[in-house]
Design a protein around this ligand. Structure first.
Ligand code: NAD
Ligand code: UDP
Length: 310
């Protein structure tokens, strides 16, 4: 049995990871400050004697004896990470320093939840790990993008200078049950709007693309990455290469919910990436991983979840 710390464990992805690692027979410590996460996400785990929940902010030092750390603490949706940009940078940067310091001290292996946002508005397509990205350092998204980029830098430096065993995963847009219906991300927005019969809000002309992966596929990739040999640090892209415009996504959601909602067009937020699609050659080779759940199937499961909460 491994003892595993998950920061941001009460969030959307963290809650699925807690659940999965408990199922695999581990002792799981979930740390969260509930900024965007919620106790409801992990309520069903509280009776498990191998699950511990700790309210703590990752920007303050934290000491616990663990074998592995999954560092997920950070708001992930644009409206939440832009709400307090300074705090977002602190969470990524000071959070990384605190968790890397802990990993160094207790000799734990540590995984950083990085993001496709490190590529910014990419000029090469699909995005490969060797691409350095195209990020506006002073734009609306920079608190998130540059915070995550700096966290990657810290991870690599702790590895090179202090032999900390690190793993960096670059997560592409992920959706599924327990997404926050109010965090403004496109999949949750469209599903909630469709279920309520409200207008579907397309930002810009809807021709921008994203590649959406279902949460179970991501969790499989994340755990496989943590279990790779110590010489593999990443970064590695984990995402579903299926690429869709926001108009195509809206049409799918309308069809699968049987909604009468109409599309309305609203201004495109600044620095909104025009295209995004992972090259997953490295994940296939090193992790023997590829996504299994296509967008239609994942949307059906996600719509079923949202029907129970909206
Ligand atoms: P989320 O907002 O649901 O989860 C983030 C969790 O971190 C929440 O529970 C929140 O309360 C917690 N948190 C935030 N600041 C904290 C702090 N200072 N101290 C302690 N806890 C804090 O988002 P998510 O989608 O589950 O994302 C989880 C991680 O994965 C994030 O690091 C995010 O950047 C990364 N990621 C997610 C996606 C995606 O599509 N969902 C894509 C790329 C990267
Ligand atoms: N988007 C949209 N309508 C919405 C919410 C988002 O058209 O109601 C667009 C947004 O402009 C972006 C894409 O959907 O181009 C994905 O947005 P999200 O915030 O989910 O993720 P990110 O931009 O961080 O990839």
């Amino acid at each position: 049995m491994k003892r595993i710390l998950i920061t941001g464990g009460a969030g959307f992805l963290g809650s699925h990871l807690c659940e999965r690692l408990l199922k695999e027979g581990n002792d799981v410590i979930c740390m969260d400050n509930y900024f965007t996460g919620n106790k409801r996400n992990i309520m069903h785990l509280l009776d498990n004697p191998y699950f511990e929940l700790i309210r703590h902010d990752v920007t303050s030092p934290f000491f616990v004896e663990v074998d592995e750390i999954f560092n997920l603490a950070c708001p992930a949706s644009p409206i939440h990470y832009q709400y307090n940009g300074i705090k977002t940078v602190k969470t990524s940067v000071m959070g990384a320093i605190n968790m890397l310091g802990l990993a160094k001290r207790v000799k734990a292996k540590i995984l950083q939840a990085s993001t496709s946002e490190v590529y910014g508005d990419p000029e090469i397509h699909p995005q490969v790990e060797s691409y350095w990205g195209h990020v506006n350092p002073i734009g609306q998204r920079s608190c998130y993008d540059e915070g995550k980029r700096c966290a990657e830098t810290l991870f690599i430096n702790y590895h090179q200078q202090n032999n900390v065993r690190i793993k960096i995963i670059r997560i592409f847009n992920t959706y599924g049950p327990r997404m926050d219906p109010n965090d403004g991300r496109v999949v949750s927005n469209f599903i909630v709007q469709a279920l309520k019969g409200k207008d579907i809000t397309i930002y810009g002309n809807g021709m921008q693309t994203r590649s959406f992966q279902y949460v179970d596929d991501l969790i499989n990739g994340m755990i496989k990455l943590m279990n790779t040999g110590d010489d593999f640090t990443g970064p590695v892209n984990v995402g579903n290469p299926g690429e869709f415009t926001m108009l195509e996504l809206a049409e799918k959601v309308i069809k699968l919910t049987g909604s009468n909602s109409k599309l309305i067009f609203q201004p495109l937020p600044s620095d909104d990436p025009m295209q995004r699609k992972p090259d997953i050659t490295l994940a296939k080779k090193i992790l023997d991983w590829e996504p299994k759940i296509n967008l239609d199937e994942g949307l059906v499961r996600t719509i079923e979840y949202f029907k129970t909460i909206v």
